[in-house]
Design a protein around this ligand. Structure first.
Ligand code: PDD
Length: 286
C-alpha cells in the first residue's frame, strides 16, 4: 500500500512517525475523509473549506488546502484507484518531548491514504443501516474535525455489540449527529435536520449540505431545527449521511426493526439526486 507522509508518496512500510507526534500523544490534529468517484472528489470544495476552518480553529499553521488536494490525488494515483475514500490527517507535528503547550515552529505531520469504495452506480439505491441511540458525551467543539475520537468510538463499541454500524448521539433530548455522520428525519412531509451552529456545535457535514440541496431539487420541504429524539423515533424515515456512506436509510434502531424494516422512498430519491449531481460534476470536469 502506498501512503502520503510529509510531502511524498511512499510504501506504508517506509512511513515513520515520531512517538512524540502530538497526534499520537494528545490527539492534537484534524482530518478529512473525501469520497472519490471516477477520480473526482465529491464535494471537494466543501471538504477543503472545512479543513481550512478546522486548521484555523485548532491554530495549526504551515499547511494549506491546496496541499491537501495534491496529497489526496497523489495517493489515489499511487494506488491506481478511481473510486475510493481518501483519509487525510494533519497533526500539529512532533516535538522533542511531551509538553501540553506546543513549542514554537513545529511542522505539521500530514498523512493520507486511499481505500477502494464502490463506483457511482452504487448510488442507484440507498443502503439500509442498523443504528443505536446513545448519549452524546463528546466535547463541545464538534465543528472542529479533530482526530480525538474516543467520544465517538465508545458509542460505536456499544453499537457493534448488537451488530449495529452507527450510533445516533443525543444531548439533552435533542439529536446532535451520528458518531461519524449527520442525521436527518422525515417528519410528516418535511426533511428535518439539526442546525450546525447550535451551542454545542456539530460537524458541518458535506453530505448533509448535498442532501439538503437534493431535497430542494426534489421539491421537498426541509427544516433545519432542533430534532427531539422522541420525534426521531416516530419519523417515517431516518437518514444517515456521511462521505463514506453518502446516504443510508435506517432499517434497525436499538436492535429492533425500524418502521417496516426497509429503506424508505425518500432515501432512494435523495441518493439518486446526489448521484445525478456527481454525474453532472464529472461531465463538467471532463
Ligand atoms: N465522518 N459528523 C461527524 C461526527 C463525522 O465524523 C462525519 C464524517 C460527519 C459527516 O460529514 P461528511 O458528510 O462531510 O463526511 C458528521 C467521516 C466520514 C469519518 O469519520 O470517517
Amino acid at each position: 500500500m502506498q501512503v502520503w507522509l510529509d510531502g511524498r508518496v511512499m510504501p506504508v512500510e517506509e512511513a515513520r512517525i515520531s512517538p512524540f507526534d502530538r497526534g499520537f500523544l494528545f490527539g492534537d490534529g484534524v482530518y478529512e475523509v473525501v469520497r472519490f468517484f471516477d477520480g473526482v472528489g465529491m464535494a471537494m470544495d466543501l471538504h477543503l473549506a472545512r479543513l481550512e476552518r478546522s486548521l484555523a480553529l485548532a491554530g495549526i499553521v504551515g499547511f494549506t488546502a491546496a496541499e491537501a488536494r495534491q496529497a489526496m490525488l497523489a495517493v489515489l494515483q499511487a494506488e491506481g484507484l478511481r473510486d475510493a475514500a481518501v483519509y487525510l490527517q494533519v497533526t500539529r507535528g512532533a516535538a522533542a518531548t511531551r509538553t501540553h503547550i506546543p513549542p514554537k515552529g513545529l511542522r505539521p505531520t500530514v498523512f493520507a491514504f486511499a481505500s477502494a469504495c464502490p463506483p457511482l452506480s452504487s448510488l442507484d439505491a440507498a443502503a439500509g443501516i442498523s443504528v443505536v441511540v446513545r448519549p452524546d458525551d463528546r466535547w463541545h467543539r464538534c465543528e472542529i474535525k479533530t482526530v480525538s475520537l474516543m467520544g465517538s468510538v465508545l458509542p460505536m463499541l456499544e453499537a457493534a455489540e448488537i451488530g449495529a454500524e452507527e450510533a445516533i448521539l443525543v444531548r439533552e433530548g435533542l439529536v446532535s449527529e451520528g458518531s461519524s455522520s449527520n442525521v436527518m428525519a422525515l417528519v410528516g412531509d418535511t426533511l428535518v435536520t439539526p442546525p450546525i451552529d447550535a451551542e454545542p456545535s456539530i460537524l458541518h457535514g458535506t453530505m448533509r449540505h448535498l442532501a439538503l440541496d437534493a431535497a430542494h431539487a426534489e421539491g421537498m420541504k426541509t427544516s433545519v431545527r432542533p430534532l427531539p429524539v422522541s420525534e426521531l423515533m416516530q419519523a417515517s424515515e431516518v437518514l444517515i449521511v456521511s462521505s463514506r456512506r453518502v446516504l443510508a436509510g435506517v432499517t434497525r434502531l436499538d436492535g429492533r426493526s425500524f418502521g417496516d424494516g426497509s429503506v424508505g422512498p425518500v432515501a432512494h430519491r435523495l441518493i439518486r439526486r446526489m448521484r445525478d449531481g456527481v454525474q453532472s460534476h464529472l461531465a463538467a470536469a471532463r
